[in-house]
Design a binder for this molecule. Structure first.
Ligand SMILES: Cc1cc2nc3c(=O)[nH]c(=O)nc-3n(C[C@H](O)[C@H](O)[C@H](O)COP(=O)(O)OP(=O)(O)OC[C@H]3O[C@@H](n4cnc5c(N)ncnc54)[C@H](O)[C@@H]3O)c2cc1C
Length: 438
């Protein structure tokens, strides 16, 4: 097991292995565009067909999608399902290896804005039927999300949000400390005032879900090209005409930016400034740990953002370092790991006996109001974006795919009104702040 070798004891008692940060992290190495330019190596295109050269498979398409994370793949599939199959997804690395690979897999409906609740609710229905529809087991575990509140100022806010969620059909409820103890008997409750719980919430395997969408899109005729970074976006007379890559150009009247934390940089290729910045977030997973049952819910201390849920035979946990400025540094900060471990042991003392097996860092793609940019950017025409999910993108993938496909094919999103998340809202001063960000 990588990183196992030197055992230490973190303040608070939880043992962890691998003192050097480099020994415990999983860093995704992304090939720089210059290493791809002009090469003729064979690319692994999975089940997309028998491509054997260094040029792109198609030089024209109805739509090009930049990025094959959960969003790019879900949108590609939704477009193809509506008959728009002349679609090319370009991915600089491999399918699902961006922020989607780093996510904790959490799926919840407990949001503060109607748009997010509706996006989440629609998505949950898709996640519940994913195996039947896509033939892929995403390991969905609907064991609930349990929010713990310790700040009295949060109670009225959460009660208001709860009324919104319940009004939209979400089976979330207020829970007293005694009820919290029934849901998770291992929590230190001294400072807990109450909380909220939704039994339909849970978590799933982000890689399986992304591959499920990707494979289904390919079966319908979509081309997904890996190791193919978009290096330029062509704009003429106020319209996009396509994209360039080290393997050639693709002309397309519609280009959809789904580049996750890198979307600001990709948007700049078309002269557009999209306010999406990367913020490092770390997750850790324990060694197999049977002192706590695997049936526990996702448990979140809202004020600090500490979260923990059962994963495989151990537990996955993390906590946001909200003081850290935007960065593309993907190493694990060992100091923050110790802070997180301390917080975890303080909230769930049983973890004193656990060991950390592995840790990794990824990026939240944060916007000024913690909500995504969805739809036409305005100028240039033909350029759309679906990015900036501010840490809650995986769970919304199904709904975003459907809504963006409706926007492109029918002129408007009907499944959920995504207008509040239009990219132009920042210039208009019409922010749509999400409160429930972890
Ligand atoms: C530690 C952590 C925990 C998280 N936990 C959760 C959670 O519990 N639940 C949840 O819903 N969300 C969670 N998230 C957030 C979630 O991971 C993201 O919101 C979501 O995965 C975004 O998907 P995406 O497709 O927009 O981006 P990505 O998955 O990053 O996909 C974008 C793709 O674009 C590619 N790309 C970038 N530039 C280019 C280019 N120039 N050319 C071609 N391709 C390019 C990238 O390689 C990448 O594959 C978490 C994130 C982190 C970091």
């Amino acid at each position: 097991m990588p990183g196992k070798g030197r055992a230490s004891t973190a303040p608070g008692g939880l043992r962890w292995f691998g003192a050097a940060a480099g020994a415990i992290i999983g860093v995704v190495e992304v090939p720089a565009p210059s290493t791809l330019a002009g090469t003729s190596r064979r690319l692994d295109l999975g089940d997309s067909g028998a491509f054997a050269g260094s040029v792109v498979v198609r030089t024209t398409a109805e739509a090009v999608i930049v990025g094959a994370g959960i969003m790019g793949c879900a949108i590609a599939h939704a477009l193809a399902e509506r008959g728009l199959t002349d679609v090319v997804v370009l991915e600089r690395d491999a399918i699902g290896r961006g922020a989607t690979a780093d996510a904790a897999g959490g799926i919840r409906q407990q949001f503060s804005t109607e748009t997010n609740v509706r996006l989440a609710t629609y998505s949950v229905r898709v996640w519940e039927t994913f195996a039947e529809r896509f033939g892929v087991d995403i390991g969905l575990r609907q064991q609930g999300y349990l929010f713990l509140l310790t700040d009295p100022a949060e109670e009225p806010v959460f009660r208001r949000n709860l009324a919104l969620q319940q009004g939209l059909g979400v089976p979330a409820r207020w829970v007293t400390p005694a009820e919290i103890a029934e849901l998770n008997p291992f929590i230190e409750l001294d400072d807990v005032l109450g909380g909220t719980f939704c039994p339909e919430d849970g978590w799933a395997d982000t890689s399986a879900a992304t591959m499920g969408f990707a494979q289904a899109a390919r079966r319908l005729g979509v081309a997904i090209e890996e190791e193919t970074p978009v290096t330029g976006i062509g704009v003429e007379a106020g319209r996009v005409w396509g994209v360039s890559t080290p393997r050639g150009e693709i002309a397309a009247p519609t280009v959809i930016l789904c580049a996750g934390p890198q979307t600001r940089q990709v948007g700049a290729m078309a002269g557009v400034d999209l306010p999406i910045d990367p913020y490092r977030r770390m997750s850790f997973i324990t060694e197999p740990f049977d002192r706590l049952p695997p049936s526990l819910p996702m448990t979140i201390e809202f004020t600090t953002g500490l979260y923990v849920h059962p994963e495989s035979r151990g537990f996955l946990f993390g906590m946001a370092n909200r003081a850290e400025p935007s960065t593309f540094d993907k190493t694990v900060d060992e100091g923050w790991m110790l802070t997180t471990v301390e917080a975890l042991v303080a909230r769930v003392p049983a973890f004193e006996e656990a060991s950390v097996m592995r840790g990794w860092a990824g990026f939240y793609e944060i916007t000024p109001d913690d909500n995504p940019l969805l739809g036409d950017v305005g100028e240039p025409a033909g350029l759309l974006v679906a990015a900036g999910f501010s840490g809650h993108g995986f769970m919304q993938g199904p709904a975003i795919g459907t809504c963006i496909a409706e926007l492109i094919c029918d002129g408007a999103a009907k499944t959920v009104d995504i207008a509040p998340f239009r990219p132009t809202r920042f210039a208009e001063g019409a922010l749509a702040q999400e409160h429930n960000v972890i």
